[in-house]
Design a protein around this ligand. Structure first.
Ligand SMILES: [Cu+2]
Length: 150
């Protein structure tokens, strides 16, 4: 039994999927990107719903920005637009929500100061069922993700 638990822990560590005992909503690979002065920032991660019930990501907050919104980038007639997800985003039981450049993302507006590579920022994700989960986003270099999309 000891060997089994050690293997499981190692597997979890390797996948960098911390498990949340309280609600079992798991967050993988959170990150954000360095910004130019005055520019907004975007946050990315994968949220895995292991609670056994569908949930809604309703709101997001962070003390480093005046406004934080949940957006979806969409191509409308060949033009990329960002749509504020005012009703939140549903995550089915056993499903995942991928926040990535060009798709769903967290939008951080009116930053207290530009994001610099190597810093970390803490955001609070508010779920309808699972409650509030705090996630730390490391700031990566601009080239880390796709350019021209957030
Ligand atoms: Cu956006």
């Amino acid at each position: 039994m000891k060997t089994l638990s050690a293997t499981l822990l190692l597997a979890l560590a390797t996948l960098s999927l911390p498990s949340f005992a309280d609600n079992d909503m798991a967050i993988a690979q959170p990150w954000t990107r360095a910004t130019a002065p005055g520019a907004p920032a975007a946050g990315y991660m994968t949220i895995l719903n292991r609670t056994g019930k569908a949930d809604n990501l309703l709101d997001v907050s962070g003390s480093f920005a005046k406004r934080v919104e949940l957006h979806q980038s969409l191509s409308v007639d060949g033009v990329m637009k960002m749509v504020h997800q005012r009703e939140g985003v549903r995550i089915p039981a056993g499903g995942e929500l991928v926040l990535k450049p060009g798709g769903y993302h967290l939008m951080f507006m009116a930053l207290a100061k530009p994001f610099v590579v190597g810093e970390t920022y803490s955001v609070k994700l508010g779920f309808e069922r699972a409650g509030v989960i705090e996630v730390v986003l490391p700031v990566m270099a601009f080239e880390h993700g796709t350019e021209m999309a957030h």
